[in-house]
Design a protein around this ligand. Structure first.
Ligand code: NAP
Length: 351
């Protein structure tokens, strides 16, 4: 069986290497590029770091997306904005493969014309992987990865096939499951990212400097969550719970607890140390630091587009998108102050 990863950066390289290690009989190919790709090509292996320690996993690699030809399953693990170009480059080489997106954002329509909806599986992962150095990928956080039908399909048969494959990865804490309402799961994660992205505009620690700081929480955070939920309700999309720690309701409960006079102080003290030591790092922050295009149009921008499609507006998310684009235009590593972000969002609600 041939399994390919189209655009193997952090997520693709880690899942590919783990699959190769735990199911060595599979023919696993990574399609790579850039400095990370060169390191993988030069060594013919991916170095993976996680609770298992450090391991070098020999892997087949290619710079050419058309080398996915003959695959039974093709995982697409490029950033959302790179989906269409990657699919165009792979072209007919996708053949009859089951194509599986493990990406943030709601980008199903980008697969139109490349993959029939019954062969498209959409995934959402709560894990966190990072390319520490070219050729070296780390699992920063374990968690679940869920799969389900793309918009326009209701069958979970493809998702189940993917789950059966990935369950060969035997790493405690890495779980794989099928989910009928994968769209609701993906929007759950999207709202958390929409919130986290706002904290990146001022390079603030998401937990200790954003959520724990009342003016940010009330003047930015709560407004984003409320707006996202209002737009989803207007669009008739039901948010689905995510098993484990990365669920929107947990963040909402945290925000509620932080509001309480005594409990809030206790919660703040309990979580401060942990998240100061290991901050949650959103890809938007890293992309801005590295001067790379961000996924904001697929996260906060998705809420803006969804709002417009159902005849309403999402001004708070629109402002986050606009501010991100402003930062993208600036030289790397310059951010707004936290107060700038609060002022710009508060101004919207004052008018
Ligand atoms: N990393 C995580 O922990 C995590 C967690 C949850 C969800 N996600 C989502 O998963 C998706 C992938 O994230 P990631 O962190 O793995 O991103 P990433 O590290 O940037 O990996 C994507 C890789 O695809 C390459 N690429 C882009 N277009 C290509 C093409 N046409 N042909 C071949 N390679 C191509 C990129 O190269 P260039 O850098 O040269 O463009 C990069 O190496 C994103 O949607 C992200 O939001 C990530």
């Amino acid at each position: 069986m041939k399994v390919s990863f189209l655009g193997a950066g952090a997520i693709g390289s880690m899942f590919a290497a783990l699959l190769r290690k735990h199911a060595p009989e599979l023919d696993v190919l990574v399609v790579v590029r850039g400095a990370h790709g060169e390191a993988v090509a030069e060594r013919g292996e991916i170095e993976i770091v996680g609770p298992w320690g450090e391991e070098r996993v020999p892997i087949a690699w290619s710079y050419d997306p058309q080398d996915v030809v003959g695959s039974d399953i093709v995982f697409v693990t490029v950033k959302s904005q790179a989906t269409k170009p990657a699919l165009e480059q792979a072209g007919e080489a996708l053949g009859d493969a089951l194509v599986v997106s493990i990406q943030n954002g709601i980008n199903d329509h980008q697969y139109d014309g490349f993959v029939p909806v019954d062969r498209l599986v959409m995934g959402m992962t709560t894990t966190n992987m990072a390319v520490l150095a070219p050729g070296r990928v780390s699992m920063q956080l374990d968690g679940c990865t869920l799969f389900g039908p793309a918009i326009g399909s209701s069958s979970t048969a493809g998702a189940q096939q993917v789950v059966d494959l990935l369950r060969r990865i035997d790493v405690p804490g890495l779980d794989f499951d099928a989910q009928t309402n994968i769209l609701g799961v993906r929007y759950n994660k999207l709202i958390i990212n929409a919130l986290g992205y706002a904290s990146c505009l001022s390079a603030s620690n998401f937990i200790t400097e954003a959520l724990c700081y009342r003016p940010w929480r009330e003047g930015v955070g709560l407004l984003i969550v409320q707006e996202c939920k209002r737009v989803l309700a207007a669009a008739g999309i039901e948010i689905e719970k995510i098993p484990g720690r990365s669920d929107l309701s947990r963040i909402e409960n945290l925000m509620l607890a932080l509001k309480m006079p005594i409990l809030g102080k206790m919660v703040q003290m309990a979580i401060k140390g942990k998240f100061e030591r290991s901050p949650i790092v959103f890809s938007l922050y890293q992309d801005l630091q590295r001067g790379k295009p961000t996924e904001v149009e697929h996260i906060n921008g998705q809420i803006v587009r969804l709002a417009s499609s159902v005849g309403t507006q999402a001004p708070v998310n629109a402002e986050i998108v606009a501010m991100t684009h402003e930062l993208e235009e600036r030289p790397g590593d310059t951010f707004f102050s936290r107060q700038d972000v609060i002022d710009r969002i508060t101004k919207l609600t004052a008018t």
